[in-house]
Write a protein that binds this ligand. Structure first.
Ligand SMILES: C[S@@+](CC[C@H](N)C(=O)[O-])C[C@H]1O[C@@H](n2cnc3c(N)ncnc32)[C@H](O)[C@@H]1O
Length: 264
């Protein structure tokens, strides 16, 4: 195993805080419980300290996706919509560094003040904005998180504001990887309407919250309206991905046996 692989393996463990194993801060049914490795791997808690609530399985899928996209020369930047403390974007920036990509950028798009209050079907019942004491993380804090990993530079670009305001005019040229992690029907629709056309042929779209009915309905509605038939593939119980107009055989999961490296 070379040093780059060791760095990326360790980075995933640090971003999820599998090292110090902080207890969950939410959702409510997990508050007061201890750290649970299987829950954290699956991304099913909101960590009190870790820099991402995305589990290591999905982080390793980001890694596989970026490696595939760079290796096969699919043009474009890496975009995360819904970043919270920034962990997935930090991993994206690290991947560009490891693979010596000097010009692709990582776009970090969030309100940086939590979830909007949405009246869309399903969104209003979930009322995620009521958890903004946990879900709102400022841009300054996310920048500071990047800085602590030595990864804040001009290849990281922040889009601060509601997606409906920032994404339609975002100066993004082409996208190789579009990750959506904003839970809500309204937010998912805003992202797809604004950014899907910019995804390069062969680019990869990830929907982190596909297990939430309002999120999967928004995705299905967009795909149906736009005649998108690229097969949807599972990452874990919650998240899915597809490849725009093509196949990406190397993007399947490489999941480790418990405790091992996902790259064995
Ligand atoms: C589940 S968290 C994202 C988790 C993150 N990807 C991680 O690595 O832990 C959802 C994020 O989406 C953002 N968000 C949701 N809807 C939004 C919208 N319409 N505009 C801007 N940000 C939004 C919230 O502020 C929050 O940071």
């Amino acid at each position: 195993m070379n040093a780059d692989t060791c760095y990326l393996d360790l980075l995933v463990r640090v971003l999820t805080n599998e090292i110090y194993q902080d207890p969950p801060a939410g959702p409510h049914y997990l508050v007061g419980r201890k750290y649970d490795q299987r829950v954290r791997e699956a991304g099913k808690d909101w960590p009190s300290v870790a820099h991402t609530m995305v589990g290591s399985r999905c982080l390793n899928q980001v890694r596989a996706a970026v490696e595939h996209l760079l290796g096969s020369g699919v043009p474009g930047d890496l975009v995360e919509t819904g970043v919270w403390r920034g962990g997935v974007c930090i991993l994206m920036r690290a991947l560009l560094k490891v693979y010596r990509e000097p010009s692709r950028r990582v776009w970090v798009a969030d309100s940086f003040r939590g979830m909007p209050e949405s009246n869309a079907a399903g969104d209003s019942e979930l009322a995620l904005h009521e958890f903004n004491d946990i879900l709102a993380v400022s841009q300054e804090q996310v920048e500071e998180n990047f800085r602590r990993y030595g990864l804040l530079d001009e290849q990281v670009v922040f889009l601060n504001g509601w997606f409906a305001d920032t994404l339609p005019s975002a100066p993004i040229d082409r996208i190789a990887l579009l990750r959506m992690d904003a839970d809500l029907r309204s937010s998912t629709t805003d992202i797809l309407n604004s950014l899907y056309d910019k995804v390069s042929p062969g680019g990869i779209i990830v929907v982190d919250d596909y297990s939430l009915p309002m999120c999967s309905e928004a995705v299905r509605e967009f795909r149906d309206c736009n005649g998108i038939t690229d097969p949807i593939q599972s990452i874990d119980d919650d998240a899915v991905w597809w490849c725009k107009g093509g196949t990406a055989p190397h993007v399947g999961l490489r999941v480790a046996a418990a405790g091992g490296s996902p790259w064995q």
